[in-house]
Design a protein around this ligand. Structure first.
Ligand code: ZN
Length: 190
């Protein structure tokens, strides 16, 4: 096949050269509320084309590569004294796959256990292109059906205003969970 980025012949959908030269992750930290942070690996604009493949049938291949380059590396360097769970935000399958579930999968380690399909938005509203006021007035209304009283990392592909993550955090806290931080592939504010 051809690399989706440089179009050279490649065994993978993104060639090794592009993975190395264009997709080196850079850890970025943003405070969403007091002492609560979201960490991300890429600027949204830098990987926009790849992120939009979540609407394509081959998008799972792209997200698996991105997950390996970023979330997997993170998990390998992350040690804790206790077990925590990684929760993919709203990981229902809209197309062939869920991008946030793929990312959470790559966090699996000795310390981290991914938990799937337990945090779902009851209000399926598209935030893309909408302003903050619209987002504030159209909350996602998450429902949580996972394990209670756990320490949690929240996982998503993109953070924009951060409202989705904060709303997810709120419902988890109502279920006795402690949300340590959020981890997203990209940040729209970088
Ligand atoms: Zn390439």
């Amino acid at each position: 096949m051809r690399c989706i980025s440089c179009e050279n012949l490649s065994w993978q959908i993104i060639c090794k050269t592009c993975q190395k030269n264009l997709l080196e992750p850079h850890f970025h930290k943003r405070e969403l509320s007091k002492d609560f942070f979201v960490y991300s690996f890429y600027g949204y604009e830098d990987i926009k084309k790849l992120l939009n493949t979540k609407y394509e049938f081959y998008g799972d291949k792209i997200f698996n590569i991105l997950g390996q380059l970023s979330f997997k590396k993170f998990a390998l360097n992350f040690e804790l004294e206790e077990q925590i769970i990684a929760i993919a935000i709203d990981d229902h399958v809209r197309h062939e796959f869920s991008q946030s579930a793929i990312l959470a999968k790559h966090l699996k380690s000795q310390f981290i256990t991914p938990q799937y399909a337990t945090l779902k938005a009851a209000n399926i509203v598209k935030y893309a292109g909408k302003d903050l006021l619209f987002r504030q007035n159209n909350r996602r209304k998450f429902q949580y059906t996972g394990k209670k009283n756990k320490k949690v990392i929240l996982v998503d592909d993109l953070v924009t205003s951060g409202l989705t993550i904060l709303e997810a955090k709120e419902i988890l806290e109502q279920n006795g969970c402690e949300v340590l931080f959020a981890l997203t592939l990209s940040d729209a504010k970088i």
